[in-house]
Write a protein that binds this ligand. Structure first.
Ligand SMILES: [Ca+2]
Length: 153
């Protein structure tokens, strides 16, 4: 009985070790971060079955802000933001990485969750140093859904 318990503990340690190994990413692998998990100012999480994770962040105020930290294994990533905007006068947002100049982007198709028309290339040197991501609106009335980090190298 004691031996069995000992074996279970050993197996649990081995499984935990495997899990850590699985988190290393290959080229083309994608990491999704749901924006409803970010710290929100003047913005609300809405339930939306069309959104990734069943939720999105609705932007109704020009003072809205979504802020979060993302930890990634070392490498270069292409960051894509997904949003759903009613039309071309309600779709523009700014995304800021760390203290860099915010980049304005929008979507080419409306009425569904779509990737924004511009992406950001991010280099992660140390996986212990989080990437700071801040999203603010340039226009309002869109729902912002998720971030997608695709490993390029
Ligand atoms: Ca989402």
């Amino acid at each position: 009985m004691r031996n069995k318990l000992f074996m279970v503990i050993i197996c649990m340690i081995l499984l935990t070790g495997c899990k850590t190994a699985e988190t290393s990413l290959g080229i083309g692998d994608k990491v999704t971060v749901e924006l409803e998990t970010f710290t929100l100012t003047d913005a609300a999480v809405v339930t939306d079955s069309a959104a990734s994770g069943g939720k999105a962040v609705e932007i109704m105020y020009i003072t809205s802000k979504l802020k979060g930290e993302v930890k990634l294994p070392a490498g270069t990533y292409r960051l894509t933001v997904y949003e759903n905007a009613p039309d071309k006068s309600t779709d523009a947002i700014y995304i800021q990485i760390n203290n860099l100049t915010p980049l304005r982007m929008s979507v080419n198709a409306h009425g569904a969750y779509k990737p924004c028309d511009r992406t950001v290339t991010i280099s992660v040197v140390d996986e212990e140093i989080p990437v700071n991501v801040t999203i603010t609106p340039s226009e309002i009335q869109m729902r912002i859904d998720k971030l997608e980090f695709e490993k390029l190298e």
